[in-house]
Design a protein around this ligand. Structure first.
Ligand SMILES: [Zn+2]
Ligand SMILES: [Zn+2]
Length: 250
């Protein structure tokens, strides 16, 4: 059995989406290694600079990690010193060259040339990273690799059984696995879709009971543990489990 499939089987025994878990673990490992030995590694620093740091979620994860693990902030301090050295000259250049309104042609050009979400005016581009958050990209690559292992593994009855007993994939990872299966594994494609539909029917029932039992007339009816968590399970399904979700791990 491949190393990937072994990890996947282990994750399927834990609560929550197995791909979310494996993705979170890979992201956390990257951040731990970064603080432990790679803060001064040129390749790592290049990735950090290219993203102008990490996304909000991973930046704060790194901050919390260093505060909790080391009771200190030297690693973060070194990384952000680097970013400040890059951002300050951009702002100083902007300060010396006051903005001038763009002509209609220049506005059109700016719209065409700039990626969506990137503001057009000259100079501001220097305040954006050139690349997406390195940790997000690494996490997605990891999840994609496991999605592939899962799709291949689903030809095996034991993996199917293990998957059925797990909490199943969240929607972002279900999409990923279905996209992998679509052309190469039509059986796994149909099997995954059917399994997800069955799970969501049960979730819908629990959610409807949760809503019904909030009605004054039915308040005395006890809720099952599944019903009590139905609304949180719905968030986890649609959004994926980006944080260590205590309420699902209980
Ligand atoms: Zn997931
Ligand atoms: Zn990120």
């Amino acid at each position: 059995m491949s190393w990937g499939l072994a990890n996947l089987k282990h994750a399927m025994r834990q609560p929550g989406c197995p791909l979310c878990r494996l993705q979170r673990e890979a992201e956390a490992r990257y951040l731990e290694n970064l603080l432990w030995e790679n803060v001064n590694d040129p390749a790592t620093r290049e990735q950090w600079a290219a993203g102008l740091g990490f996304c909000g979620r991973h930046a704060w994860q790194l901050q919390r990690l260093e505060a909790r693990r080391y009771g200190d902030g030297l690693g973060n301090a070194i990384l952000y010193e680097d970013l400040l050295q890059r951002v300050i000259p951009v702002l100083e250049a902007m300060a010396q060259e006051p903005a001038r309104p763009l002509s209609p042609f220049e506005q059109w050009l700016a719209r065409v040339l700039h990626a969506p979400g990137r503001p057009g005016p000259r100079g501001i581009a220097g305040l954006h990273g050139r690349a997406r958050c390195r940790v997000c990209r690494l996490g997605e690559e990891t999840a994609r690799a496991y999605a592939e292992w899962l799709v291949e593994g689903l030809t095996d009855a034991e993996i199917q059984e293990r998957y059925t007993a797990s909490d199943g994939l969240c929607l972002p990872h279900l999409r990923m696995a279905l996209a992998r299966a679509h052309d190469r594994a039509p059986h796994a494609f149909a099997w995954l879709a059917g399994d997800a539909a069955r799970r969501l029917r049960l979730l819908l029932k629990d959610l409807q009971e949760y809503i019904r039992k909030h009605d004054w007339n039915y308040r005395h009816e006890p809720m099952s543990p599944e019903e009590r968590k139905a609304w949180i399970r719905a968030v986890a399904f649609f959004a994926g489990e980006v944080e260590n979700n205590g309420s699902l791990d209980d």
